[in-house]
Design a protein around this ligand. Structure first.
Ligand code: FEO
Length: 132
């Protein structure tokens, strides 16, 4: 089993948010085996934009509804993801690097995001929610 395989221990107890997270696990595994053409990379960037817009809004609404004390800190990390994605888009538009190089950078960032944000930061609000 790959490290980037969804496991129920990552569930935050909200079906929509869990589905978003599962989608990101799937995307990372998809990228690992992908043939990184220009068109495919553009599609991945589009999917990540949708993810950021929908998932972060959903999660921030939930954290706000339970007065999560680390809300501001958590939101800063979401904004950093959006800024990173803007950099990826700019690099892609300028064709500054090959699709393979950009894809590699995207994959490394997402693996780190999954490990440090979803598996750690998101678990903190999940724990707060279950304790309150
Ligand atoms: Fe699930 Fe805070 O991103």
């Amino acid at each position: 089993m790959s490290f980037f395989e969804w496991n129920d221990k990552y569930s935050v107890g909200d079906a929509a948010i869990d589905a978003d997270h599962k989608g990101l696990f799937d995307l990372i595994r998809e990228l690992e085996n992908a043939n990184l053409t220009d068109g495919y990379l553009a599609e991945i960037i589009g999917r990540l934009e949708d993810y950021a817009a929908e998932h972060f809004a959903r999660e921030e609404m939930l954290m706000k509804s339970m007065n999560y004390p680390d809300f501001d800190e958590h939101v800063k990390k979401h904004r950093a993801f959006v800024e990173w994605l803007e950099t990826v888009k700019t690099t892609y538009r300028r064709a500054a690097e090959s699709p393979f190089q950009i894809g590699d950078m995207v994959n490394h960032f997402l693996e780190s995001w999954l490990t440090n944000h979803i598996m750690k930061d998101d678990m903190k609000y999940r724990d707060f929610m279950s304790e309150h």
